[in-house]
Ligand binder design. Structure first.
Ligand code: SAM
Length: 240
């Protein structure tokens, strides 16, 4: 008899996945896309080439494809590729991509941390709200894989929940999709990346204001240095 292999955790969340908005406190702060849009706008400022097209972008652990979809909706013109350990989430990503946004991203399953892509294939890689779901001993393999698929001079962007923000810890502890989450702060991400390769790294803090209150965006931009935002973005550049 063959050994039973557990299906990936997110297969059971895929059909109803909404980024944890079943938490009422989180729902009060904005809709699912408004949370993603904070990261997408930050990326478009950081990577102006994403508006021009011609950039290849891998979204690692893309889930239902929301970051690529919101980026494209805000004018991102990259060649998009997504991968995930959950084939259920990849099926959702394909189903949720609107034809109005043009060709759907290429989607591929991961085998654990490993992806099927070539060495140095991508100009830009993103990994958003994934690492806190990856068991701590498996995280170095994820950092190594991201470094493998990124070209010299390529940029990697890690978005995570900030455990230094007390409201974040409160919400995560009460959100079903996060029942197994182990949060990590920006210092842990920087150390993990630098343990796997040479990068120039910087961190910005995001989401000081509820994402639903778009007119307060200027506050977020002014406070990007303060390690208390609900999210953070670690930007890592691989030497050319
Ligand atoms: C909270 S969802 C985030 C999805 C998407 N990145 C976003 O921002 O909307 C976490 C995703 O990480 C994926 N994932 C990828 N690699 C993983 C791994 N090694 N362990 C656990 N989850 C992993 C899950 O399957 C899931 O789709």
């Amino acid at each position: 008899m063959s050994a039973q292999v557990d299906p990936p955790e997110f297969d059971r969340h895929a059909a109803t996945y909404d980024g944890g908005l079943d938490n009422p406190l989180k729902r009060m702060m904005g809709d699912a896309d408004s949370f993603i849009a904070v990261k997408a706008r930050w990326l478009l400022r950081r990577e102006p080439g994403l508006r021009a097209g011609g950039v290849s972008l891998l979204d690692y652990g893309c889930g239902a494809g929301d970051l690529m979809r919101v980026l494209a909706g805000l004018g991102g013109r990259a060649s998009f590729t997504g991968c995930d350990v959950s084939t259920g989430m990849l099926a959702e990503a394909a189903a949720r991509w609107p034809a109005t946004l043009g060709p759907a991203p290429a989607l591929a399953p991961q085998a654990g941390a490993r992806t099927p892509f070539a060495d140095r294939q991508f100009d830009v890689a993103t990994i958003s709200a994934v690492l806190h779901h990856v068991p701590v001993p498996e995280r170095p393999a994820v950092y190594a894989e991201l470094g493998r698929v990124l070209r010299p001079g390529g940029r990697l962007y890690v978005f995570e929940h900030n455990p230094r923000n007390p409201l974040v810890r409160h919400v995560i502890a009460r959100t079903p999709i996060d029942e197994n989450a182990i949060l990590l702060d920006a210092g842990e991400v920087q150390d993990g990346l630098l343990g796997s390769g040479r990068y120039e790294v910087e961190t910005d803090y995001l989401m000081f204001m509820p994402p639903g209150l778009g007119w307060l965006r200027f506050v977020d931009r002014a406070l990007a240095w303060l390690p208390l935002g609900a999210q953070y973005a670690v930007a890592a550049r691989k030497p050319a």
